[in-house]
Structure formats: C-alpha cells, structure tokens
Design a protein around this ligand. Structure first.
Ligand code: 3PG
Length: 319
C-alpha cells in the first residue's frame, strides 16, 4: 500500500473541506493540527481549492493535504501541481483514476457497486471511497458489498458523523472515514477555528475509542494471585476465571501469577484499532514494545507501551 494511503488509515478520519477563501486555509490547517487531526481533503467545489492547497502545503508541512471532488483530469493535474498528496473522486471516472495511477499519486475513487469495486481491483487499487455511505445503507451495505472482495479497503464518506463514526471504524474493512462535519464551510468563513479544533479532537477520540479495560496486579506467586481472586469473588461476587499466567476476578481485575511488566502490574486500555492507536501515540511521542505484540489472524491484538505510568505498564488491547 502507498505510504500516503497507509497514513490516511493510521489517522482514521479525513475532514472533507469546502473552502471559500484561500486565505482561511492556514488557520483551518492549524485548527485541525491543534485537534490532533493532521490531514485535510480540500474539495474542488470552490475556486479557492487550488490556492488553499498551495497555502497549506507551503505553510504546514506536517499536515497531509489531499484534493477532493476531482471530476476531470485537468483538475487532477492542477491539484497535484499545487501539492495535493492524494486525490479523492466522488465516482469512478476511469480517465481520472488512470491519470493518477500514471502520475503515481494515490487515488481513492468513490464506489457504490460491485462493478466499480472490480474496476478498482483491475487497476490494482487497494483503497476506495465508499460514497454516499449513509444513503447507500451504511455498515450493513458495506459488509455485504465487500464480502466477495478480500483485499480492498474502504473510506466511507457521506453521512458520517460522531454518532456513527465508531460503527464504521469497528468494521475491519474500513480504512478510514471522511466527512464534512469537522470543518464546515460556514464555520471556516465565520472564523470559528476553535470549534473545528474541538470537533477534530472529538473525531480522533471516537476513532480510537479508548476505554479502561482492566487492572493487572503483579502477584508474588500463584498462591497469592489465586487467593486474591477468590477474595474478590467471595466479597464482591466477581467470578474468578483461571488462566495460564493470571487469574481474573470479573472483567476488571487480573491477578498475575508471577510478576510481569510494570512495577505494580499493568493497566489495560482497549481501543477500536491498535494500528491507529500506535500511530496516534507515536505522534504524541509514545512508543510500543514490539516484542510484546500478540497477533491474531495477521493483526496485532495486544501490545505494551514503552513506558510505565504511576508504576503500571500500559497494555493496549484490540476491542
Ligand atoms: C464528500 O464529498 O465526500 C461528501 O459530500 C461528504 O459528505 P458529508 O457532508 O455527509 O460528510
């Protein structure tokens, strides 16, 4: 997969932007970055798109900038020359798609039918836009339409918002989601950049879906772990569940049979996507310990962070 498409997947949410004044572009980009959302798709629905892309690329190199609503090869040329790193189209226009492929610029054409998915597969594309996601029937429709086609991934756009974002991103064929709700044209024109930052942050938080899963407590020996779990079970009705290296009491408390990572133990945090969580934490300067990764069906389902917090190792778990 192209590095840029991989980045889009790592970020998980793509703000689709219609901008009237190119002079607002940098403030918009800064607002998205402040909300920890380092990407923008600038749509060619206004005359300001080209210059807005140029401004963003020149002033905010840390922002990944793409062009959307590209309907013609001419627009694709203009967008790429302005510095767009990816091209999004509402439908499958073979001329535009083939041009982007020949220019080696990643393109995610909109698809809404099996035939269009097959056109994408024929050209070796591994990510397409699923548009208009909500009106087509959302996740159930996407599950049905994607079932025959193993490799390809989807970016649902159209009707995505905070109320359904997690549902889309919980489906493992969804690469990222896109939508206009984060940076609305009116909000940009009114200069309400604080609101954009807030919506960006909310979107990132929802896309990661972090939740406290359990506390793992290091026991000195198996007897202490078992006795502790039994005590929890006797006092609080938390059923004890024995495992190889630990024993759980209910879902929230895990007693390690021998001391493992963390001075006192570990805190387990579940997430919608370990891959996205790793990328997000890396942007915040926090790494993982690759040797602790647990894989299932080719996907990381658990991994420890490279640091302790308050004497506890942090264990990321796939939901
Ligand atoms: C697009 O161009 O991708 C869609 O218009 C975005 O749809 P939304 O406004 O429902 O997010």
């Amino acid at each position: 997969m192209h590095e840029t498409l991989k980045k889009l997947g790592d970020i998980g949410v793509i703000p689709v932007v219609k901008i009237e004044k190119a002079s607002d572009a940098v403030n918009l980009g800064k607002a998205l970055l402040a909300g920890e959302l380092p990407v923008a798709e600038i749509t060619f629905r206004t005359a300001a798109a080209e210059e807005a892309i140029r401004n963003l690329v020149r002033h905010l190199p840390e922002l990944l900038v793409g062009a959307g609503t590209i309907l013609t090869v001419e627009q694709a040329k203009i967008a790429i020359a302005a510095g767009a790193k990816f091209i999004v189209t509402p439908g499958f226009n073979p001329k535009v798609v083939d041009y982007c492929i020949s220019e080696k610029v990643p393109v995610t054409p909109g698809i809404s039918s099996p035939s269009e998915i097959e056109m994408a597969l024929e050209r070796g594309l591994d990510v397409v836009k699923f548009f208009p996601a909500g009106a087509l029937g959302g996740v159930p429709f996407l599950k049905a339409i994607s079932a025959p086609y193993g490799g390809i991934r989807f970016i649902p756009t159209g009707g995505v918002d905070p109320s359904n974002l997690s549902e889309y991103l919980s489906f493992n064929r969804v690469h990222a989601v896109g939508g206009t709700w984060i940076a609305k044209e009116a909000t940009i024109s009114a200069g309400n950049f604080g609101e954009i930052t807030q919506l960006a942050q909310e979107a990132i938080s929802l896309s990661l879906g972090f939740e406290h899963a359990h506390v793992g407590i290091n026991g000195e020996n198996p007897q202490i772990a078992v006795a502790s779990a039994e005590m929890f079970s006797r006092l609080f009705f938390f059923a004890a569940r024995d495992g190889t290296s630990s024993i759980f009491a209910g879902a929230g408390s895990e007693f390690m049979k021998t001391p493992y990572l963390g001075t006192h133990g570990h805190l387990a945090i579940s997430t919608l996507s370990i891959a996205r969580a790793e990328a997000y934490l890396k942007r915040k300067g926090v790494g993982v310990r690759p040797e602790t990764a647990k894989e299932k069906d080719g996907r990381t389902v658990a991994i420890y962070l490279d640091r302790e917090i308050a004497g506890f190792a942090i264990h990321l778990l796939q939901k």
